[in-house]
Design a binder for this molecule. Structure first.
Ligand SMILES: CC(C)(COP(=O)(O)OP(=O)(O)OC[C@H]1O[C@@H](n2cnc3c(N)ncnc32)[C@H](O)[C@@H]1OP(=O)(O)O)[C@@H](O)C(=O)NCCC(=O)NCCS
Length: 165
């Protein structure tokens, strides 16, 4: 029996831009993730950066980007083949219902399928972003112990999570 509602992730193609551009986070969360319009434009310019949509029963409810070069996330290389995850968010109207947790699991499954050579995913999360830290930890991510200082809103934990085999 499939989960309901259905949560899946797909490349953010141009046909979805109008609905994707309506997604936003709560005002207090804007320290932690930039506007989706900026992120979409940036991903279009950056080779190796893929914009992705999170769908709930085919309706966009969230967004993230995948970076083929983990270095672009944490300014360093990793021992195992590692992808970068950035700009992950669930639209404010859809938060607090367990959808972020399910979306992150779908992200990891999708990455394992489409990037079979990759082993880990790296991300950075602001040290003040308690909900996101809890979400990532529950998905199996762990702090590497480093702090990344390149963000616009203060120090961020660097977290690594293993992709499902
Ligand atoms: C972090 C985020 C993706 C979680 O999405 P979500 O759909 O609300 O997540 P879930 O409903 O699956 O909740 C996951 C856990 O997050 C925590 N959480 C969610 N909303 C919270 C809130 N408003 N306050 C405190 N904790 C919260 C809880 O620990 C929750 O676990 P629980 O089941 O024990 O309550 C969402 O809050 C978001 O988009 N935030 C803004 C953008 C952001 O910070 N992205 C991360 C960038 S690194």
């Amino acid at each position: 029996m499939p989960d309901r509602p259905d949560i899946r992730v797909v490349p953010a193609d141009a046909a979805r831009y109008p609905t994707l551009l309506q997604l936003q986070v709560h005002e207090l969360q804007r320290d932690f993730v930039g506007p989706i319009a900026v992120s979409l434009a940036d991903a279009a310019q950056c080779e190796g950066s893929e914009a992705m949509a999170i769908l709930c029963d085919d309706e966009p409810i969230g967004f993230y980007r995948i970076e083929k070069q983990a270095r672009s996330i944490a300014d360093r290389d990793f021992e195992r083949p590692t992808l970068g995850l950035r700009s992950f968010f669930i639209d404010a109207r859809w938060q607090g219902q367990g959808l972020g947790t399910r979306a992150l699991a779908a992200v990891m499954r999708d990455l394992a399928q489409r990037h079979p050579a990759a082993r880990d995913v790296v991300l950075t999360v602001n040290v003040r972003n308690t909900p996101a830290l809890a979400l990532y930890r529950r998905a199996g991510f762990r702090e590497t112990g480093e702090l990344y200082h390149g963000g616009r809103s203060g120090p961020q934990h660097v977290m690594l999570g293993a992709l499902p085999l």
